[in-house]
Design a protein around this ligand. Structure first.
Ligand SMILES: C[S@@+](CC[C@H](N)C(=O)[O-])C[C@H]1O[C@@H](n2cnc3c(N)ncnc32)[C@H](O)[C@@H]1O
Length: 259
């Protein structure tokens, strides 16, 4: 049966992310009590210092009043922005931990969302139920990203909008992984895809070219795929070099796709 095979496929991914919700590591939160207001505020400050462009990509307040689904809420930092902006929020994640943290976070600010622990390769929502689907840094972790994208399209209303981010393969992050785990270990034959799959977060992570992103979203009527050079690309490289990096070498590919 398809449902059980999907659950087995993503079991290693679930195990990885269930150890710790994304973006909540000790160097970020320090010693403050878990799930406290200060704990969440440290997570939020750190995230938007590193990835301030999320605001211009997502434009949270612009979608006020819409019915929105977030796939892969993680620690709920962006989900909180959607709820603050007055959307009718629904969120899913593969892990119990992400759902627990996001629920606690919204409650702290008197906000609510319909949160469910599920594998997004099968979305338990009727066709055409959302104005907006958002997913930042999630779909490339799935065993079958193309199934999630087909589900996103199915649950979007006509002209509904997908906003998200996928990792870019022709990026400095991928190149640095190749130098570390390929070249310096006497394995220059390893591909960028292989080092990303084995050494970036959960097992089997994928990274795409811009053309591949366009192909993944080919069933949508309009697609923009915008690469962004991130602090993760610039890390450990001299400033004189990184200021000249072309955007197409960036680790993040930001996507807007209209159904
Ligand atoms: C890198 S974190 C990103 C979380 C959040 N979007 C953020 O930007 O901080 C990846 C998240 O995606 C979730 N995830 C991975 N595969 C998934 C799947 N097949 N269905 C639902 N969630 C998934 C993980 O559990 C994890 O919380």
């Amino acid at each position: 049966m398809r449902r059980s095979s999907v659950q087995e496929d993503n079991e290693d991914v679930r195990r990885y992310w269930n150890q710790e919700a994304c973006g909540t590591a000790r160097p970020i939160v320090g010693e403050v009590p878990e799930l406290s207001r200060e704990w969440f505020e440290r997570i939020e400050s750190y995230r938007y210092e590193l990835e301030p462009f999320i605001h211009s990509v997502a434009q949270f307040t612009r979608h006020h009043g819409q019915r929105m689904l977030e796939i892969g809420v993680g620690a709920g930092t962006d989900h909180l922005q959607w709820a603050r902006a007055g959307l009718d929020c629904h969120g899913v994640d593969l892990t119990e931990r992400a759902i627990e943290v996001t629920r606690a976070r919204l409650a702290l600010y008197g906000l609510t969302s319909h949160l469910r622990r599920i594998d997004a390769e099968i979305l338990p929502f009727p066709d055409q139920s959302f104005d907006l689907v958002y997913s930042w840094g999630v779909i490339h972790h799935a065993e079958h990203p193309e199934r999630i994208i087909a589900e996103v399209r199915r649950v979007l209303k006509p002209n509904g909008l997908f906003i998200g981010m996928l990792y870019g393969r022709h990026s400095l992050v991928a190149l640095k992984l190749w130098v570390k785990y390929g070249l310096l270990r006497g394995r220059p034959d390893r591909t960028l895809a292989d080092v990303v799959a084995h050494h970036m977060e959960s097992p089997g992570t994928k990274a795409y070219t811009i053309r591949e992103v366009r192909e993944l979203y080919a069933q949508f009527s309009q697609v923009t795929a915008t690469p962004v050079v991130t602090p993760y690309d610039r890390l450990r490289l001299p400033a004189w070099l990184t200021q000249w990096l072309p955007a197409r070498w960036g680790w993040f590919i930001c996507i807007h796709a209209v159904k």
